[in-house]
Design a protein around this ligand. Structure first.
Ligand SMILES: *[C@@H]1O[C@H](CO)[C@@H](O)[C@H](O)[C@H]1NC(C)=O
Ligand SMILES: *[C@@H]1O[C@H](CO)[C@@H](O)[C@H](O)[C@H]1NC(C)=O
Length: 346
């Protein structure tokens, strides 16, 4: 089920997130009131969408924080969870999760393996989620309309759906694009992104594959220009570009300085130079002498690891990345996340 963005432990994932906030203009620069978060994206911010639709991310996913699989491809919390915590909001329920969900403070439309461009294949053919960004938008529009009619019924419905006015004050976060880069413009099939086909000359001094990182950076440059245009078209929206690429690259290239070990080696996996094998991914089981055992297990201390399963980040890494992002040093315009409703007029 795990999408085919393998090899991302070798190359640094692209990372772009645009935080789109609608707000009143001309407000003084105080902390914003965000009554809700609506998130769109891929596995980097999926809190249960792909798991609800296609089966749970298996244990040891979730082991560090939730102590059970939690729909997240990580040992614990994701950046979007830390964002919610920092704003005093509950973790986001996935729009697709019909069990125990509460959308009073937002909803999460992200699913692991999602791309920006619509998929032409099924998930079993390609490993990519059919819930591409356009589908997530359709789901959001539907949610926005129908939630208001259902909310009027009161009772449990009344307390588990957002208020109409919350939509215009909410924080909208987007973290998607990684799967598009591994699927297409690089000119490689995802399988081809295997580390053996990257020549030594293409590996930088930190062990990362330069050509893939170049594409990710190019993508982010273009994203920045697209956002400049969007600011003109949507003058009432406050749009922030967050350079997650730089944060992640710095973390990986200076892992030791920040208390992490072997940044290119996965914590949860089985074998090989990177403790990553696409046939035996994190949580893979084998039956030996009639007994089912997990062969791709977690490492002894995920707290000192950056890479969780060869593709995704550990909770410890996500927490550090969030802390870097939250202060606004990597944002354009450079204002803290909690004040990002003021990012207008630039
Ligand atoms: C799907 O097919 C269309 C039409 O051929 C193409 O433009 C698009 O790029 C394809 N999408 C992906 C993700 O390959
Ligand atoms: C949903 O969450 C809100 C805020 O956390 C809470 O007040 C409300 O009672 C919850 N609703 C249900 C149906 O659990």
């Amino acid at each position: 089920m795990e999408p085919l963005y393998l090899g991302l432990s070798v190359l640094i994932s692209l990372l772009m997130s645009a935080t789109l906030v609608r707000s009143e203009t001309g407000v003084s620069k105080s902390s914003c009131h965000f009554p809700a978060i609506f998130n769109f994206g891929d596995s980097n911010s999926d809190t249960g969408g792909l798991s609800a639709a296609f089966g749970q991310a298996p244990y040891p996913n979730g082991e560090t924080y939730f102590h059970t699989p939690s729909g997240r491809f990580s040992d614990g919390r994701l950046i979007v969870d830390f964002i919610a915590e920092s704003l005093g909001l509950p973790y986001l329920s996935s729009y697709l999760d019909s069990l125990g969900s509460n959308f009073s403070h937002g909803a999460n439309f992200a699913t692991a393996g999602s791309t920006i461009r619509p998929q032409n294949t099924t998930i079993s053919q390609s490993g990519y989620s059919p819930i591409s960004l356009d589908v997530q938008y359709v789901q959001f529009s539907d949610f926005r309309k129908r939630s208001q009619n259902i909310r009027k019924q009161g009772g449990l419905f009344g307390t588990s759906l957002p208020k109409e006015e919350d939509f215009s004050q909410a924080l909208y976060t987007f973290d998607i694009g990684q799967n598009d880069l591994t699927a297409g413009p690089v000119g490689c099939l995802p399988y081809v992104l295997d580390r053996y086909l990257i020549t030594a000359a293409q590996i930088d001094k930190h062990g990362c594959a330069t050509p893939f990182n170049d594409v990710a950076q190019h993508f982010n440059q273009r994203l920045k220009s697209a956002l400049a245009q969007l600011r003109k078209e949507l003058p009432l929206a406050a749009i922030t570009y967050v350079d997650v690429y730089s944060v992640k690259y710095t973390l990986i290239s200076q892992a030791k300085k920040y208390g992490f070990e072997n940044p290119l080696v996965a914590c949860c996996g089985h074998g090989g130079k990177y403790n990553y094998n696409r046939y035996n991914k994190c949580g893979s089981k084998k039956t030996i002498n009639g007994e089912e055992i997990v062969i791709a297990k977690s490492c002894s201390n995920p707290m000192v690891k950056i890479n969780w399963d060869g593709v995704h980040f550990t909770e410890a890494a996500n927490k550090r990345i969030f802390n870097q992002i939250a202060n606004g040093f990597f944002s354009d315009p450079p204002i803290p996340l909690r004040m990002s409703c003021h990012a207008t007029g630039l």
